[in-house]
Design a protein around this ligand. Sequence first.
Ligand SMILES: Cc1cc2nc3c(=O)[nH]c(=O)nc-3n(C[C@H](O)[C@H](O)[C@H](O)COP(=O)(O)OP(=O)(O)OC[C@H]3O[C@@H](n4cnc5c(N)ncnc54)[C@H](O)[C@@H]3O)c2cc1C
Length: 487
Amino acid sequence: MVETVKQKSNETNRPVIVWFRQDLRTDDHPALHAASQGGRVVIPVFIWDQMGEGSWLVGAASKWWLHSSLAALGKTLSTLGSPLILRQGTAEKVLVEIAKSTGAGGVHCSMRYEPSAKSQEVRVRKELLASGLSFEAHPGTLLHDPAVIRTGSGMPYKVYTPFAKAYRNTMSSESPLSPPKFLKAPEEKIHSASLDELKLLPAIDWAKTMREWWQPGEAGARKRLSKFTIQSAKAYGENRDFPAEDGSSRLSAHLHWGEISPRRIWNEVSKSPAAASVGAQKYLAEILWRDFAYHVMSNFPRTAESPLRPEFERFPWEPSAEKLKAWKQGKTGYPIVDAGMRQLWATGWMHNRVRMIVASFLVKHLLQDWHHGAKWFWETLVDADLSSNSLGWQWSAGCGADAAPYFRIFNPILQGEKFDSQGTYVREWIPELAHLPSEFIHQPWNAPPLVLLQSGVELGGNYPAPIVDHVTARNRALAALSFFGKQ
Ligand SMILES: Cc1cc2nc3c(=O)[nH]c(=O)nc-3n(C[C@H](O)[C@H](O)[C@H](O)COP(=O)(O)OP(=O)(O)OC[C@H]3O[C@@H](n4cnc5c(N)ncnc54)[C@H](O)[C@@H]3O)c2cc1C
């Protein structure tokens, strides 16, 4: 009996590792909170394990973000007392090695839900337990466990509205956890790779505008959240669809990297002066879309690769390297599409309304397979997130959860005129069109030659002529749709 108590107290006195993954924060971090209880030595570790990501290796813009996010987390942890240890390699091997060299008794981490991350977690658990170490994965990435919620017939949800209703009813009302005040560091120095050794930054520096736009890290996330709750939450419902407005929170990349918890966002928005407004409630509903995306990914693990509606596997795409390239480069001749693609390239982010327009354009006007679009977003978005990106692309293609019907084809001219009526957004991202009168800004090909001349626009010269005619492309997409009637 005495021996068991002694053993237990030895166990609780041993250092503990906190394995940081996509949870690069100290606030409301259940794994860090659990590890730091009882004054134990805490060893914070981040492992750059590309193999653990399966076939979805972290994209270029995300890697840029991750570099700065790790720098910010490293500073915060050093200030708290225990510096972040960086390593490269297979997570399970590195964790066992660090535990052995430091005498740590176990590992705490936050859960992830992508299929490759889940498999990684299984391997880590197995390896740690086999080495006599403990392992605990904590919630914190989402508002609620995405796997447990089920329809009345015991099936996962495929439609957002009933999902959100059921989810809200089961969500816990627990408050966010405060960050630890102090972390006890090991006495002996532990080897850490330098941040530069991880080679996350691009060889050629294309990130100037991204640096101007973003402040990766926990402090940047909190700043954005408080700016949003004070300035934009109330009018979110009215402004969120207008890409020239700073009407949304722009928290997606911070959320993806776990620099802020969804619970912290929920809590702050719910207690802000705007809380009861339609805008704030709409915003909370959007935060639930993120959990919905994870619910879909959790229950349909092949959602990044395969359409949820299997008949789409045989869709008659018309592959064209040329059209795909024009879309990626923002040279389709449709100003709202091109502005979005150029905003994406310059900033690593694109407004949600414009994401829907460009995705629809690629899939329906150009008949290019949605996977190509998803891959390009994956490389170029700072918020690239396997669950949300797959949901967004499958939704746009009409083949996924809660998808828009395939025959609803966004008209890029009308969308531009409705959501960017003065062309402010288009002018910002396509300076070649800056002097075009607003009536032609979304259809420069209809401007009289003299107007084009006076505006400095040369169609097919400094700005492309449309690569497809809208009406012809729409009819072609509808004809392709008739393929489904023949199934
Ligand atoms: C084709 C396509 C691809 C997309 N790819 C991604 C992606 O890789 N990563 C990503 O985070 N979002 C993605 N989205 C969803 C959405 O466009 C972004 O979350 C949003 O534009 C981010 O800006 P924000 O933070 O200002 O959003 P806000 O309007 O302020 O919303 C707050 C948060 O709610 C969540 N959210 C809002 N809308 C959605 C949605 N439709 N699906 C899932 N979560 C949502 C995000 O976490 C967002 O940060 C995609 C949408 C489409 C149509």
